[in-house]
Write a protein that binds this ligand. Structure first.
Ligand SMILES: *Cc1c(COP(=O)(O)O)cnc(C)c1O
Length: 419
C-alpha cells in the first residue's frame, strides 16, 4: 500500500454518487479524537445526525401535549407507525400493506411461526441453515416443542459443504427430496450472519413451495443490505431488525412482511392484540377481535414512538439515497475490499464469503489461519471497529451509506500491519 493506492481510493470516493451521505452520520472517535474505521454496521449501524431531532420532536410533543400527542400535530402517535410503512416497504421490496414495523425481531419471528408453522403428524419439520443465528435456532426449537414435537426429529439443518463452509442449493434440494411432505417450513437467516453468504430468495421460495412448505426469511442481515424483492419473490413472510444496516439504534423495533396472499387469511392462527384491530372501532373496546387486513393485523401493542422516531430518521436517508443505488455502491465497495485483501497475498487469511455479488452483501468474513483473537485485538488497537466470532472469524462490513473507499483502504493497510 502506497501513495498510489491512497490516490486510487480517493478518486473512487470522488466518483461515488453517495459519498455525501457519510457526513450525515456520527462516526465514533478514539480517545484522541481521531475517527475510527467503523466496519461494524452489520452489528450496530451508526447514528444519523438527524436522529436526535426526530426523537426530540416527539419528546417536545409529549412535554407540550401529554396524552393529546396521540392525535395532535403532523406526526400524531396513534397512526405514527404508518409514517414508516411505505419507506420500509421500499427497502425490502414489499407492497405497503404487506409491511409493518412492530415489536423486536425474535418476538416477530415467533408471531410469524404461530401463523405459518402449523405442524401435523405428517408435516412437522422445519429447515434452518446449520450456522443459524443462535436466537433463530432457539426460537424454532421452542416452537417445535410448543406443538408437542421433538427438535431431534423435526429440526433439519441445511449443512454447508465442509470444504467451502457454504450452503449449496443442491444440499437443500437433497434435504427436501429426502424429507418431502414432512417439511412444514423453511426459515433461513439471509444473509447468514457468520459466513456472509446470501441465499437466493426466489429459488429457495420456489423450491419450498414446490414441496408445499411455507418459506420465511430472517433478514436481520439482509434489510438495507441486499435487494430482497419480497413480494415478487413470493416469500410467505419475513422478519428483520432495524439496528444493523438500518441504523435505527440499539434494540430498535423490527419489521415484518406478510405476503398479500395471506393478508385476509383470518383463519390462520395468530396471537392478537388491540393494535391489530380495525382502526375504526379500536377505541370502542368491543369484545370481538376484528383484524386489520395485511401485515398490520399482526400488531399487538401501541408502539414505542421514540424508537419509531429513530427509524423514521434513518428511513428518510434510505429514501433519498435509494436502496438500489445503495446496493450498487455496496457491490463495488466490497469488491474493492476483496481486491485489496487479495493483493496482500497473505496465507493467514481466507475470505469465506462468496465473492460473486449475488451471493454476498456488504460483509466479508475473514477466516484466520495460524492466528487468533490477538489479531483482532491488534486491529482494534489501531482504530478499526470490526467483530470477532469464535473460533477464528473476523467480520468486516463496509456500510455503503457511511463508509468510504478510503476507509476500506486504511482498514486493509492496518490489517497488513497486524499480519
Ligand atoms: C441480529 C440478529 C438477531 C437478534 O435478534 P433480536 O431479537 O433483535 O435480539 C436474530 N437473528 C439474526 C439472524 C440476527 O442477525
Amino acid at each position: 500500500m502506497n501513495d498510489q493506492t491512497v490516490q486510487r481510493a480517493e478518486s473512487l470516493d470522488k466518483k461515488d454518487p453517495l459519498s455525501s451521505f457519510g457526513h450525515e452520520f456520527e462516526i465514533p472517535k478514539d480517545a484522541t479524537g481521531n475517527k475510527l474505521i467503523y466496519l461494524c454496521g452489520n452489528s450496530l449501524g451508526l447514528q444519523p445526525k438527524q436522529t436526535k431531532d426526530y426523537i426530540n420532536q416527539e419528546l417536545d410533543h409529549w412535554a407540550q401535549w401529554g396524552v393529546d400527542g396521540h392525535t395532535k400535530g403532523n406526526n400524531a402517535w396513534l397512526p405514527y407507525h404508518e409514517l414508516l410503512t411505505h419507506q420500509m416497504a421500499q427497502v425490502v421490496g414489499g407492497k405497503d400493506h404487506e409491511v409493518v414495523v412492530m415489536n423486536t425481531l425474535t418476538v416477530n419471528l415467533h408471531l410469524m411461526m404461530v401463523s405459518f408453522y402449523q405442524p401435523s403428524r405428517q408435516r412437522h419439520k422445519i429447515i434452518i441453515e446449520a450456522d443459524a443465528f443462535p436466537s433463530d435456532r432457539y426460537a424454532v426449537e421452542s416452537q417445535i416443542k410448543f406443538h408437542g414435537y421433538d427438535p431431534e426429529h423435526s429440526l433439519l439443518l441445511w449443512e454447508p459443504n465442509p470444504e467451502t463452509g457454504l450452503c449449496e442449493m443442491s444440499g437443500l434440494e437433497a434435504l427436501l427430496s429426502e424429507h418431502d411432505d414432512s417439511v412444514a417450513l423453511i426459515m433461513l437467516g439471509n444473509s447468514n450472519y457468520y459466513s456472509g453468504q446470501v441465499y437466493p430468495i426466489k429459488e429457495i421460495t420456489q423450491l419450498g413451495h414446490s414441496y408445499e412448505a411455507k418459506v420465511g426469511f430472517n433478514l436481520a442481515h439482509g434489510a438495507g443490505n441486499i435487494i430482497c424483492d419480497l413480494h415478487d419473490n413470493d416469500v410467505d413472510f419475513a422478519v428483520w431488525c432495524t439496528y444493523k444496516y438500518l441504523n435505527s439504534g440499539p434494540g430498535s423495533l423490527g419489521g415484518v412482511f406478510v405476503h398479500e396472499r395471506h393478508s385476509a387469511s383470518y383463519d390462520l392462527p395468530r396471537f392478537t392484540g388491540w393494535w391489530g384491530h380495525n382502526k375504526e372501532t379500536r377505541f370502542k373496546m368491543r369484545d370481538s377481535f376484528d383484524p386489520i387486513a395485511g401485515a398490520e393485523g399482526w400488531q399487538l401493542s401501541n408502539p414505542p414512538i421514540l424508537s419509531m422516531a429513530a427509524i423514521r430518521a434513518s428511513l428518510d436517508i434510505f429514501d433519498r439515497a435509494g436502496i438500489h443505488k445503495i446496493r450498487e455502491k455496496s457491490i463495488q465497495l466490497t469488491a474493492y475490499l476483496a481486491e485489496l485483501l487479495a493483493a496482500l497475498n497473505s496465507d493467514k487469511i481466507r475470505i469465506m464469503t462468496p465473492l460473486e455479488p449475488e451471493h454476498r452483501g456488504a460483509q466479508l468474513s475473514l477466516q484466520l489461519r495460524d492466528s487468533d483473537r490477538g489479531l483482532h485485538d491488534a486491529l482494534t488497537h489501531l482504530g478499526v471497529v470490526s467483530d470477532w466470532r469464535e473460533p477464528d472469524v473476523i467480520r468486516v462490513a463496509p456500510a455503503p451509506l457511511y463508509n468510504s473507499y478510503r476507509d476500506v483502504h486504511d482498514f486493509v493497510q492496518r490489517l497488513n500491519q497486524c499480519l
